[in-house]
Ligand binder design. Structure first.
Ligand code: F6R
Length: 608
């Protein structure tokens, strides 16, 4: 939620910041703002709407300088407006701040600062930060930031500039902030950087790696309660602990992502590109160190209580994991949705194991769950996509799912990668790792065959038939019940059709009353022990007038529209969700919505 960037280097900052921010737009897209610093003067521009709708030429004009910051906003405090968009400044315009997260005690700080004579121009929680820095400015920029931050409660990341200094400072407490470092700048851009050494470094600060991936894949991770100070004069970088003020040594890590992975590469939308990438990502997800898989699966087996936690789509993967472990390994694992975890963990001990699943590794609810679990000395195993994310760093062991950057708000390839890895762990836990690997390799190859233009066209044909409907229902049983819930999320979030998923057996306990003539109902079917039951549920819906869409390995007379999926046994959740992702995408397009930027949502939910 909200994307922040900072840049300090040898090229004009504004175009770099503009490009970086465009790549972070998935984090928030209701307004934006930029600032550069040159000759002790700030140059600031703000606007409402999506940054990608603005013109780089117009925005860059009048923003000179080689260092600056940018912000893409997902409003929390204060309506969407130019005044509320970042950066925010203090009374005299000496300090400016971009911020991601929430300052929980902003109301009391605002009152205090107003009494001291500070004048506020926005309704945001962010604006108190530059005023606090101003309040402590006699300490010097670095110490003023430290002092200001020590007064803040909540989870946040900030990047700040001072008019009088050549430094850019970032602070991380609970929200992501990563430093990108580019070595050996070959040449400075036209008309700029005269006299700069060829070996000087360029620095990028951002909420997520894709922001600067075009420039570098070398990163330095900030941990929570840490501050980074990048100095233009000496082109040096220093990290400090906010707890004891001591300097911290950091390594540069190459994250191994290729810049093309964060681009659309000819696709109109990231969502479709990422759906198509599932041809490869499932195989990449199970490309793990098998000794680690064996070791962790033993831990799962032996733990005195193992739990899954995650949110949204990752939560649905957790629920699927519950079923997969039960069926494949005869192992009971409970799923606790992360936002409820702090209310349901009191019985956990140091013998408990928690498996946390997340694409971003930065979801606030999930991180709170981890904190609550850690207080009980619970061991944390994570399945996460983003290397170096908070979850990755807080876990006792993490498996990276290797899906590459996922930029569309709707999670697609990350979900199937998580499903593949959970399935592999379940097979390992059952002592059948080789069988699990064979199944998943076969599934990856069948997904590769399944996703082709003809298949997409067939699903688009269905979307054309049903896109004007306002309600849809999805049913599944056993391993495919969580996928019915996941189908509903996918359809809701990008097409805004009211969609609900149910366990097939629950229909007669209430939801059947919702079925009218022509109501589209999707039945997720696999060749398993519940196949006949789910078909019976489809028949029940059809006899009340429902329009039955069967996602199944074989056709059935009850289906009005059949979407064929391969028969892959216990990996059926992976293949059954893919056609629904494609359907959701086309429903969004046909209803005139941008599937990459659903209204009211943001990719990485870093607020509670
Ligand atoms: C839905 C979706 C969200 C995320 C949820 C958790 O398509 O993407 O429901 O799954 O916000 O995000 P991560 O996996 O980053 O923790």
């Amino acid at each position: 939620m909200c994307g922040i960037v900072g840049y300090l280097g040898d090229t004009e900052a504004a175009p770099v910041i503009f490009e970086s921010l465009k790549r972070l737009e998935y984090r928030g897209y209701d307004s934006y703002g930029f600032a550069t610093l040159k000759n002790k003067e700030f140059f600031i521009k703000k606007g409402e709407g999506k940054i990608s709708d603005a013109s780089i030429q117009n925005l860059s004009r009048g923003l000179p300088g080689f260092m600056g910051v940018g912000h893409s906003r997902w409003a929390t405090h204060g309506k969407v407006s130019a005044e509320n968009s970042h950066p925010h400044t203090d009374c005299n315009g000496d300090f400016l701040v971009v911020h991601n997260g929430i300052i929980e005690n902003y109301q009391e700080l605002r009152k205090e600062l107003k009494v001291k004579g500070h004048r506020f121009r926005s309704d945001t929680d962010t604006e108190i930060i530059p005023h606090l820095i101003e309040e402590y400015s006699e300490l010097g920029f670095e110490d003023a930031v430290k002092k200001a931050v020590s007064r803040l409660k909540g989870r946040y990341a900030i990047v700040t500039l001072s008019r009088e200094s050549d430094k850019i400072i970032g602070v991380r407490r609970g929200s992501p902030l990563i430093v990108g470092v580019k070595n050996n700048v070959k040449d400075s851009s036209k008309g700029s950087g005269k006299g700069l050494s060829k070996k000087r470094k360029e620095y990028f600060l951002a909420s997520d790696i894709p922001a600067f991936l075009k420039h570098t894949s070398n990163v330095m991770y900030l941990d929570d309660e840490e501050m980074v100070v990048i100095d233009r004069t000496g082109r040096g970088i220093k990290f400090y602990s906010m707890e004891n003020g001591k300097e911290i040594e950091k390594r540069i890590v190459n994250i191994g992502w290729d810049p093309g992975q964060a681009e659309k590469n000819g696709f109109e939308h990231f969502m479709l590109k990422e759906i198509m990438e599932q041809k490869d990502t499932i195989r990449m997800a199970i490309n793990q160190n098998m000794e680690d898989i064996e070791r962790i699966s033993k831990d799962i087996k032996n733990a005195f209580g193992t739990f899954f936690t995650g949110c949204g789509t990752a939560g649905n993967v957790c629920l699927a994991g519950e079923y997969i472990f039960s069926k494949v390994a005869g192992k009971h694992i409970n799923f606790i949705v992360s936002s409820e975890f702090p209310n349901y963990h009191h019985f956990m001990t140091d013998k408990t194991l928690l498996i946390a699943i997340s694409q971003s590794g930065e979801t606030a609810d999930l991180l709170e769950a981890i904190e609550a679990a850690k207080k009980k000395h619970v061991r944390i195993i994570s399945l996460v996509n983003v290397m170096g994310s908070s979850l990755d760093r807080k876990s006792d062991h993490s498996f990276l799912i290797n899906a590459g950057p996922e930029k569309a708000v709707a999670s697609t390839k990350a979900a199937t990668s998580q499903l593949a890895l959970v399935t592999l762990l379940a097979y390992a836990c059952a002592g059948k790792l080789d069988e699990g690997r064979r199944l998943l390799i076969e599934t990856a190859s069948k997904v590769n065959d399944m996703i082709n233009p003809r298949y997409e066209k067939h699903i688009r044909g269905l979307a054309e038939k049903i896109h004007s409907k306002e309600n849809m229902y999805i049913i599944g049983r056993s391993l495919n019940y969580p996928m019915a819930l996941e189908s509903a999320i996918k359809i809701q979030e990008v097409s805004y059709i009211h969609a609900q998923g149910f366990a097939g057996g629950e229909l007669k306990h209430g939801p059947l009353a919702l079925i009218d003539k022509g109501t589209p109902c999707i039945a997720l079917v696999a060749n398993d022990e519940v196949k006949n039951d789910i078909i019976s549920n489809a028949v029940e819906i059809k006899s009340r007038g429902g329009y039955i869409i069967g996602v199944a390995p074989e056709n059935n007379e009850v289906f009005d529209y059949w979407i064929k999926v391969p028969d892959v046994g216990n990996a059926s959740p992976i293949v059954n969700i893919i056609p629904i992702q494609i359907l959701a995408y086309h429903l969004a397009i046909l209803r005139g919505h941008d599937p990459d930027y659903p209204k009211n949502l943001a990719k990485s939910v870093t607020v509670k």
